[in-house]
Design a protein around this ligand. Sequence first.
Ligand code: NAD
Length: 334
Amino acid sequence: MLRSIKRLIAITDSSCSNGARRYSAAASRASSVGFIGLGNMGFHMASNLLKAGFPLIVHDVSEAPMQKLVEQGARAARSPAEIAAAAASVITMLPSSPHVESVYGGASGLLSTASKGTLFIDTSTIDPTVARRVASEVSRVTLDTGMLDAPVSGGVNGAAGATLTFMVGGDASSLARGRPLLEAMGKKIVHCGASGSGQVAKVCNNLVLGISMIGVSEAMNLGVQLGIDPKMLAEIFNTSSARCWSSDTYNPVPGVMPNVPASRDYEGGFGVDLMAKDLGLAVAAANSAKAPLPLGGVALQLYNLMSRHNYGKKDFASVYKFLNDGATTTPTPK
Ligand code: NAD
C-alpha cells in the first residue's frame, strides 16, 4: 500500500501540469518521513523505513551514512530545518540531550521550519526532563500534535533486523499516528504513559544492563582465568540462573558468539561513553528522587574509568577486555 502511494507520487511528479505539481508537492510532504542521526542505530532504522516504502529525507553531520542511504533511495538534507520543511513526520536518533536540544531548537533546527501538525518522534536516550521540555516547545509550534519520546532497546542487531522495542511516552493519538513508522523499525511498542515516561523506562532498563554486563564480564573473566573454556561457561550461564541478555545475546567474550561486537574487537555496538551517559542519567534521576543506587553508582565509575583509558568509543561489552587487559597467564586451578 505504502509502496503504491510512493509510486503514485513519483508518477504525478513527473507527468502533471503546474497545478498538479503543487498538489503532488503537498502530497509528497504529507507522506515524507524525515530522519536525523544516522549512526550505529539510526542508519539501520532509516534503512528499514525505506525498505517498508516510506519516502525518506535524511540528515546527519557526517556525510558517509547520508550517501549510503541516498544510494538506497533516500533524499539528503543539509540541515534539520530542511527536513522539517519537507516532512510531515520526523524521527531523531541522536547521542544525548544537548544534541537533541540543538537539533530541535538551534538556529537551523527543526522548530525553525516545523508547521502545525508535524509529528516528531525522538528515539534517542536522553534525560526525561529534557524530553518533556523539548516536547512542550514542539507542541507550541505544532499546536494540535504532541511529540513522542520513544527510546529503544535491542542494540544494533535489533536495529538492523527491525526487532527493536520502543518505550513510548506521549499522548495516545500521536502514538496512533506514529505507530506505522515504529512498526517498520521494531516489533514491540510499549506505551509507558505521558511525555518523558519512555525515557524513564529506558534509563531504568539501561541501569540493569550496565550492571549486568559488568557482572557477566567479571564472572566470565574469573572462569577464563581459572582455566574454563569460555564457550562452555557461557552455555552453563545460559541454561542456569546467571542467564541474561548480556550473557545469551551479547556475550562480552571474543569468539563466544558470532555477530556481536565482542567478536569484532568491540566495534559498531553501544559505546562505553553512551552507557556512561545513561548511567549518569540514572544517577541524576535517583538523586532527585532520593532513590538509593549503590551498584549503579559504582558501574558509572567503572565506565568513566574505561573512557579515560580510551575505551569510550568501544562497545560497552569491552568491560570484559578492560578487566583482563594485561592478563597473560592462566593460573592453574588449585
Ligand atoms: P552514534 O554515535 O553511533 O550515532 C549518532 C549519530 O548522530 C551520528 O551519526 C552523529 O554524526 C549524529 N549526530 C550527532 N549530532 C548531530 C547533529 N547535530 N545533527 C545531525 N546528526 C548528528 O550513536 P548510536 O549508537 O546510534 O546511539 C544513538 C542513541 O541511541 C543514543 O542516545 C544511544 O544511547 C541510544 N541507543 C543506542 C543503542 C546501541 O546499541 N548503539 C541501543 C539503544 C539505544
